[in-house]
Ligand binder design. Structure first.
Ligand SMILES: *Cc1c(COP(=O)(O)O)cnc(C)c1O
Length: 355
């Protein structure tokens, strides 16, 4: 595997751009894609040359293992543009390493850095116009891999396709988020694939989340599968609790995804001299804190929304409302993290990488 394969990337430019038809002030998250995509096929042990070509559907064998056995993984990251028109990534090596961890867990081949990183940078160079300046604007990057190898035989495929697609995004506002603490359903189990960004983890969440939606809640706070006594993630985000001015979040584990936003917020909060404790967070202590008035905030953390404040939660049929604070830590941390990502604030951590 070569270190820098940029010269090895085949580029077939689109004949025209769709960008003029896009209303960048009114974007629904994840619905519009840029003019090009990156494709790299893996055939029996060898990664072929990556190709950047016009965004379009492609043919795939109906017996491809992705359809039958769910070998599918992805990543989610963003590119930002600063006032000098430079494009930046945020901790991309974290996503790259996590992608290959996910690949390993699903018995898929690891993707070389020359394909993932150089391919992504080249694609972003080509799609530079799609990255808009201004806080909140970004280009969402979706690298993913599927098993394209044919055969309805339950064994890992011999053929895979790695791809990157890009979607312009606005600051994400999810409205008021109320959640239910899971008492029965689980997102992940010890020994399972909860720590991987596997497509199957998402489909498994859809049904319980639909039930929650029908009851008027937007998301579920997932608890540990064995005892349902520990609070682990909120929807597809990591979750933080502020009790008595200390932030609590669970340690990552086989059941909890190692979020880049989560770990960045922990470092940022520590720099701001906020007390942060990474330890299992019990349902019981959060209920007690809600009842005695010491529970100040609950929020989710992930790339798409950065921080997603939760206004209230339900547990065992009882609804607990969170106080409306004038200066919530959630929004302060979000502002500070977003400012680093957009190169408005100094990046003292060395997290940002220029394209
Ligand atoms: C992607 C994801 C997150 C957030 O990770 P980031 O790297 O912060 O985007 C959290 N939990 C789950 C289950 C996820 O899939």
């Amino acid at each position: 595997m070569s270190n820098n394969a940029t010269e090895d990337i085949v580029i077939n430019r689109a004949e025209s751009t769709k960008i003029d038809a896009v209303n960048f002030d009114n974007l629904v998250f994840g619905e519009i894609f840029t003019d090009h995509m990156l494709i790299c096929d893996y055939k029996q042990g060898v990664w072929e040359k990556p190709i950047i070509q016009p965004y379009a559907p492609f043919l795939i064998d109906p017996s491809a293992k992705v359809f039958h056995y769910g070998q599918a993984i992805f990543e989610g990251m963003k590119a930002y543009k600063d006032d000098n028109e430079d494009v930046w990534l945020f901790r991309p090596e974290e996503n790259y390493n996590r992608f290959n961890k996910s690949a390993k867990r699903l018995a898929m081949p690891e993707v070389p850095e020359s394909v993932f990183m150089d391919g992504m940078k080249k694609l972003l160079e080509i799609e530079k116009e799609w990255v808009k300046k201004g806080i909140g604007n970004s280009l969402y990057i979706r690298p993913f891999m599927i098993a394209t190898g044919p055969g309805v035989i339950a064994a890992p495929a011999k053929f895979y396709r790695f791809m990157i697609i890009l979607s312009p995004a606005k600051a994400y506002y999810s409205g008021e988020v109320k959640v239910i603490i899971a008492e029965h359903f689980s997102r992940a189990a010890n020994g399972g694939i909860g720590a991987a960004k596997a497509a199957g983890n998402y489909s498994a969440q859809f049904y319980p989340t639909k039930l929650a939606n029908e009851m008027g809640f937007q998301q579920i706070i997932w608890t540990d599968d064995a005892t349902h006594s520990k609070l682990e993630e909120a929807g597809t985000m990591n979750v933080f609790f502020r009790i008595n001015d200390t932030l609590y979040t669970a340690p990552t584990s086989e059941r909890i995804l190692d979020g880049v936003t989560r770990k960045s917020l922990i470092d940022l909060a520590k720099r701001e001299n906020i007390n942060v404790e990474v330890r299992p967070v019990l349902v019981e202590e959060v209920i007690a804190a809600a009842e005695n008035g010491t529970l100040q905030e609950v929020f989710g953390a992930g790339t798409a929304a950065v921080v997603n404040p939760i206004v209230g939660f339900s547990y065992k049929e009882k609804y607990y409302e969170l106080p409306k604070l004038d200066n919530p830590i959630a929004l302060d941390l979000k502002k500070k993290l977003t400012a680093i990502q957009h190169k408005v604030a100094k990046d003292t951590f060395g997290w940002t990488v220029k394209i």
